[in-house]
Design a protein around this ligand. Sequence first.
Ligand SMILES: [Zn+2]
Length: 309
Amino acid sequence: MSVQNEWKLREMMCEIGRRVYAKGFAAANDGNISYRLSEDRVLCTPTRVSKGFMKPDDLCIIDMDGKQVSGKRKRSSEMLLHLTALKARPDMKSCVHCHPPHATAFAVAREPIPKCVLPEIEVFLGEVAISPYETPGGQKFADTILPYVKDTETILLANHGTLTLGTDLEDAYFKTEIIDAYCRILILAKQIGRVNYYGDDKAAELIKLKPNLGIPDPRLTRGLENCDLCGNSLFREGYGDFSPEPRVFVHPKLMNQATPSGETSTCGCSAGGAEAKASSNGHAAGPNIDSLVQSITDQVMNALNGSAK
Ligand SMILES: [Zn+2]
């Protein structure tokens, strides 16, 4: 890579840092950003510097083992997370890790990101995973993303923050902006009192648009395009023991699955979801009370309407 091109990338990384800080995604010196320069060189942000006020020569270069190659400042301690993600995804060049408040609120609540609410989320983010909690900084923490990062570029780190991957610096950053805006809208809609969802057929329409936009989606390659797209998460089974259940944002079809007349999955993905049972992590997996009340009210009203005919 030419000196000029590397300098442009350094300037762009500082610009992304300014956006991360200006949006309130990283308090004080929080957050870190990386970009793969070549097979064994990664440009990254230094430790103990506010991401809003970096200069191009504050940045560090490390190898794929995390060893610092150049830079007057010490590299961020979170770089093992970035390197683990970049090694697992040779198709990705950049990672952004920070603590955007609305997305981090979901990571703290361990509430899965609901699907079938906003069409742009389906297209530009696809499925979002939550990786299990681990003390930040070490390889054990970095490895928590491994089961998920193969199939998504947007991961909530439980009780911590977000990690997004992109084909360039801005692509990685945009995913952070999109997930935080989405989480903010969800929280606001919940405060108004109701979240409405569209159905599997509409989700399938959106997912089928993705190849034309050059956006891959593992659900297409696995033949899940007509499957239980709004209900069960791709990340429910086979991704480890950690599978947080939806408690606050529950698609109505998951409510229906708890009833004998509820629709069941007709394809390979597993049914289940928000039935009132204890999950493997010991938490009650039932739907939240206002959704339950709404469901019962609907059933009563249907019964009354039926008997009035
Ligand atoms: Zn962090």
